[in-house]
Design a protein around this ligand. Structure first.
Ligand SMILES: Cc1cc2nc3c(=O)[nH]c(=O)nc-3n(C[C@H](O)[C@H](O)[C@H](O)COP(=O)(O)O)c2cc1C
Length: 143
């Protein structure tokens, strides 16, 4: 069973809501999801136990939020490489955060990307719930 870490932060709860629905997708694909806040991972070594790592970030000032920047710095400097990975997050108008996080996961952290960056504009609605679940499934079945 693939163990999936869903590591995120949130300001107003929207990226957290996405993370919760991604958990449902991981479960429905038979994976083992673990939700974690980036703020809990000053030490990234617990992530060595995971097969896949999803990183969730809101967009602020046209990039990922600073806690996620710092988390990705720590992950890039660690010897945790070659895991399946993807990025997601809520945004208001431009939504660069998940794209930047995905690029850094691939290029600096040496991860194997299993899904395009997933973005949802403030407030999940309609089919976006299914898209988040499908993203969770790719973390289990991807590659
Ligand atoms: C100070 C600030 C800066 C923001 N900058 C951007 C931005 O550059 N681009 C964008 O798409 N959204 C921007 N947003 C909107 C947030 O990304 C949006 O509210 C998002 O849903 C927050 O997600 P969260 O609930 O997970 O914190 C900004 C919000 C704040 C408060």
């Amino acid at each position: 069973m693939r163990k999936v870490a869903i590591v995120y932060t949130t300001r107003t709860g929207e990226t957290e809501r996405m993370a919760q629905v991604i958990v449902e997708g991981v479960q429905s694909a038979g994976g083992e999801p673990h939700l974690m806040r980036v703020e809990e991972l000053d030490d990234v070594s617990p992530l060595a136990a995971f097969d896949a790592i999803a990183v969730g970030t809101p967009t602020q000032e046209a990039k990922e939020v600073h806690e996620v920047t710092a988390f990705l710095d720590r992950l890039a400097a660690s010897d945790i490489k070659g895991r399946y990975a993807a990025a997601f997050g809520s945004y208001g108008w431009s939504g660069e955060g998940p794209y930047i996080a995905a690029l850094r996961l691939e290029r600096e952290c040496g991860m194997k990307m299993v899904a395009e960056p997933l973005r949802a504009k403030q407030g999940l609605k309609g089919t976006e719930f299914d898209v988040c679940r499908a993203f969770g499934m790719k973390l289990v079945f991807g590659e």
